[in-house]
Design a protein around this ligand. Structure first.
Ligand SMILES: Nc1ncnc2c1ncn2[C@@H]1O[C@H](COP(=O)(O)OP(=O)(O)O)[C@@H](O)[C@H]1O
Ligand SMILES: [Mg+2]
Length: 262
């Protein structure tokens, strides 16, 4: 099977990108798939989802991070670290990602740098899926992420401001499709849902009616187990398998895989 690249992107911060990327990736690995996670955000949240702070910072100095790879236009294989979870590897981020726009700017075909960094690993076919966690921006780096991806998942927080700016995200994906026609918007995943709130239902119904994007049936409710698991540098799907959010992320993962693998 061909390696499929899926990114989690939304210019809005706090929408559940990192939590979703980490848990969907881990759930895929638990379902027997080989998965590579890439932390594309200078906040290192995906990296610290698996490592303590000291270890996370050490990857910034030993070159095992996505910033070094992209800056040197190298092979992403040189920056892969093991998460300790069977079938799940990670390319850490670095705080130097703050300068990525300047690093990309002078490069030839600058929107395709990440695509080229992933080429070898994709060709080898070791991984079933590569999942990329995008930062909450819309610039040259996120364009690189979209262009390198086969599928885009947009995590959206079910809150009044969660939908604000979604149109910009759709526009940005349309621009990416001009450079990479194969990039497909897979769907919207609602996160941090609170079913007791009337607002949630309204948001969910609004998202259902969008004709340019699918809304995943499985959504993720607010669950303190998510935060406890993050405190322990483990995704909730493996930290507390019976928790509400673990079950929901497992179901969302199966739904995503059903579309991606067909
Ligand atoms: N289902 C959930 N229940 C409770 N808290 C959540 C849930 N999903 C995410 N969070 C919390 O919300 C915050 C933002 O989530 P995160 O995944 O970091 O979003 P983003 O990567 O889009 O900025 C984090 O502090 C995270 O712990
Ligand atoms: Mg994040």
């Amino acid at each position: 099977m061909k390696t499929k690249v899926i990114c989690f992107a939304n210019n809005k911060g706090g929408s559940g990108k990192t939590t979703s990327c980490s848990n969907v990736g881990c759930a895929m690995a638990m379902l027997g798939k080989k998965v590579l996670l890439i932390d594309g955000d200078m906040q290192l949240n995906l990296t610290i989802s698996y490592f303590d702070e000291e270890q996370a910072l050490s990857f910034a100095t030993d070159g095992r991070n996505i910033h070094s790879v992209v800056k040197e236009e190298g092979d992403v294989a040189s920056a892969i670290v093991q998460t300790g979870i069977e079938g799940l590897d990670l390319v850490p981020s670095s705080s130097l990602m703050s300068g990525i726009e300047f690093d990309l700017f002078p490069k030839w075909q600058r929107e395709f740098v990440l695509t080229k960094c992933l080429e070898r690993v994709r060709e080898k076919g070791k991984y079933d899926y590569i999942l990329i966690d995008a930062p909450p921006t819309l610039g040259g780096w996120v364009m690189n992420i979209l262009v390198a991806s086969d599928f885009v998942v947009i995590p959206v927080e079910a809150s009044p401001w969660g939908l604000f700016g979604l149109a910009n995200m759709f526009d940005f994906i349309r621009q990416a499709k001009r450079l990479s026609p194969a990039t497909e918007l897979l769907g919207i995943a609602v996160t941090k849902a609170d079913e007791r709130k009337k607002y949630f239902k309204q948001t969910f119904e609004t998202l259902k009616t969008l004709d340019n994007a699918r809304l995943f049936e499985n959504y993720i409710r607010v669950d303190s187990a998510v935060e406890w698991s993050q405190d322990q540098s483990r995704p909730v799907v493996i930290f507390k398998k019976t928790s509400r959010s673990a079950v929901e992320y497992m179901n969302l993962t199966k739904e995503i895989m059903s579309y991606v693998d067909r």
